[in-house]
Design a binder for this molecule. Structure first.
Ligand code: ADP
Ligand code: ZN
Length: 290
């Protein structure tokens, strides 16, 4: 089946045509400017491509409640031009095919559990640590939405005394996960871009100190079988071992299940070379058409 995929990000929009096997036939990326400019360009890409459905994984917050008047909208986002933009409706009207809509992180998670190393695992969490921090959650095979959708980037952390940026950068909360660990927080704390700090162990020890707390909270709340960490900051591969060690130390042997005991298989990098999001959209689209 020919399926359209749209990974709608705050800085760029990735659109692709592919099929349910995860194969991508063509792909294009355009900058996220404002809806009047960006949406017609995307519609032009999908038009006349003979797609049977479209899957959209979108930056948020978004409205996922199918009974809501604003279902399929980006809601009160800090990206002002996009506040209350009807994304799903725009493409549904413009293309006349079924459109599936979910969060960007649920899209990436769906990509990993359908086509990646988490294939077949129905209880998994996908984190992105990038410009912001967020996570998609799957429980017993279902993507979790809840009242709105999880906003795990804003879980509160225990702040380390020697942190030079003890409040973090979230405008809403002091010491929340996103405010302490996202790429811009690293840059503000240490005065250089995260990528330029590769050789400074203090940076990654503190980063892992916070991310390990998120791993513990995720583990005790959701009992996943795998936690996948993606996003630009996680390109620092040395973080994985640090996070695993600190997570195990914090859990302190409290949990005995096989997944948590095998940290190397429990906390893992994304496996689809940054295509997990767009591939997840193929699966979203396929499910909408089936
Ligand atoms: P976005 O979250 O905007 O979709 P990314 O996941 O690429 O995009 O995250 C961008 C953030 O990740 C930036 O803050 C950047 O500094 C950081 N980043 C990108 N590449 C690296 C890297 N190799 N090492 C550390 N940080 C990185
Ligand atoms: Zn916050």
């Amino acid at each position: 089946m020919r399926i359209g995929a749209l990974e709608a990000g705050g800085t760029k929009m990735v659109c692709a045509i592919g099929d349910e096997s995860g194969r991508i036939y063509e792909q294009k990326s355009i900058p996220t400017v404002k809806p009047e400019e960006t949406l017609p360009q995307l519609l032009d890409f999908f038009r006349d491509k003979d797609i049977e459905a479209l899957g959209i994984a979108c930056f948020g917050p978004v409205d996922l409640d199918e009974n809501s008047k604003t279902y399929g909208y980006i809601t009160d986002t800090p990206k002002e031009a996009w506040v209350y933009t009807d994304i799903a409706g725009y493409f549904s009207r413009g293309l006349g095919v079924p459109v599936a809509f979910d969060t960007d992180v649920n899209g990436s998670l769906l990509g990993e559990v359908t086509y990646g190393q988490a294939k077949g695992i129905g209880d998994a969490v996908y984190y992105t640590i990038g410009t912001g921090v967020g996570a998609g959650v799957m429980s017993s095979g279902n993507l979790v939405h809840g009242a709105q959708h999880p906003e795990v980037g804003h879980m509160l952390l225990r702040v380390r005394e020697d942190d030079p940026l003890p409040d973090g950068i979230c405008p809403y909360h002091k010491g929340c996960l996103e405010g302490m660990t996202c790429g811009p927080a690293i840059e503000k704390r240490w005065g250089k871009k995260a990528i330029e700090l590769k050789d400074d162990p203090r940076v990654w020890d503190l980063e892992a100190y916070y991310l390990a707390q998120a791993m513990v909270t995720t583990t005790v709340m959701l009992s996943p079988k795998m936690i996948i960490l993606g996003g630009g900051v996680m390109h620092q591969e040395q973080l994985f071992q640090l996070i695993r060690e600190k997570t195990a130390a914090l859990l302190n042997d409290y949990l005995k299940n096989d997944h948590v005991r095998d940290m190397n298989c429990y906390i893992v990098p994304a496996s689809l070379h940054d295509d997990q999001g767009i591939m997840g959209c193929l699966k979203l689209g396929f499910d909408a058409a089936s």
